[in-house]
Design a protein around this ligand. Sequence first.
Ligand code: ZN
Length: 284
Amino acid sequence: MANAAEHLQAKLVGHFRVQRRKYIKENEFTSKESIARMESRANKGSALLWKTYPLTQEFALTDEEIRFSVAYATGQPLPHMPERCGCASRAPLTIEHTVNCAEKLTRHNMLQSRLVSFARLHGVTTRQNPRLNYQDAKEKLEPDVIFYPGIHEPVQTDITVVNSCAPSILKRSRLAHLYATNERRAKKRLKYLHNATARGELFRPLIFETHGKISEEVDVTLDMLASRTPMDQGLAKTDMKLDLAVTLARGNALAARTTIAHTKWTRPTSWFVRHNKSRGISVQ
Ligand SMILES: [Zn+2]
């Protein structure tokens, strides 16, 4: 009896959720960005961060990181956030822009370093191509990390983070939550697949969305590492996913902090430059 009641209740809750989402999406006042955010976060990867139970110090997020993660999940601006970004494009400083503007390479390298540590723990050899700056990363044709699992061909990977709610993505597709990862995957395959195949290696783009969704290639790669786990050492796949979710949240919070700090630095400078220019003094 209890089972039947629970079953009915779960069904009602499920139905309520579906209706609620439909209602929000059909409301003419809901922005494209809000809809994309809602769709982008409806997956297990995005939910992971809220399930992390800090067993060790490394898993514990700081207050600032938590504050940012909540603001980012709900699309709310942080208090005292300036209206415009300090970057060259002077873009409106929305919460989505804060994860797009600065420290992209740092966030990328943070994720890469976690993946390489997992491999080391599982006795999988890796070779890395360090990225020194963002431009360099864009032009290079070598993959980020090559994993040598031993049981099958080496796996070339490219780690990439994409924001499915960025204005450029929203402009190009009405299904931003599907488009962002698919488009990035196609781009990366075009760039790396041919070379990898020619060398008899596999290629997997490891795509992370800023809202937490991970591509199936990340899943497959973690499976590959987890399958190498000897009886008493290494990490479970769920632990590795949790670790990546925390790392991504930290990378996003860092990007936001730097972006907002830049705004504050550039303001007095540009005033200073303008002020001196008007007096005929050139300031670099
Ligand atoms: Zn900016």
